[in-house]
Design a protein. Sequence first.
Length: 248
Amino acid sequence: MKKAIILIAFSFIFITGFIAQTRAQDESLLIVGAAASFNPVLTELERAFEQRYPNVDLRFHTGGSGMIARQVEAHAPIDVVMLASKKEADSLQKQRLIDMEYPTGFLTNRLVVVQPVQEKKIWMDAETLVMGTPGAVPVGTYAEQALRESNWTGTRVYAKDASSVLMWVSSGEADAGILYETDAKSSEEIRISYVFPEHSHDEIVYNAGTVVQSNHSTAKTFEAFLTSETAIRLFKQYGFDAGGESFK
């Protein structure tokens, strides 16, 4: 356990240092810390933004929302955050580390059970189920809440984030997994077996905010871009629901 903690701490320091070095080498960089569940849409989002603002080099740093929040707290040179946890976003705002234009969120998602396409068992008969680590990543916390209402009694395997859950199930190393619907739709190697009712877990809300210490001139511009018609179309294309405060 001690070794694991040291490795995690080293990884955190390494990533934070790498971001700082990259920023020092190129001031045109706009660095966005994005929850791993945004991975499917990020390439197109980057392309669309850079077409509109060709003088900006947009880079995404992805990972668990908790990890990104800790990096902001450590004053890593991140300009904007896109988080899958309202709890983390509210905490950063309370500490006056980020400024959110839409505090109640700008996107929502659904929680689903996925299985390899060739799996014959129904998910309730699965022997192993992979999920994010509760308390460490939002997808794990939502999964923990949802499973309380089920009668599933198999073995739980914990992964570091949504992308890792997707990898485990896609490779057939787990009988089933719990993911966001958007992640499930990004792979042809898995299928959705069950959609959890909304009342079984906290609402899955995505928040974005500009890091207060950022002096990048286009940080606020990018945050506003996330609710533009172009971005909304891309988010919907990848399965997100654009139903937050910004669309009322």
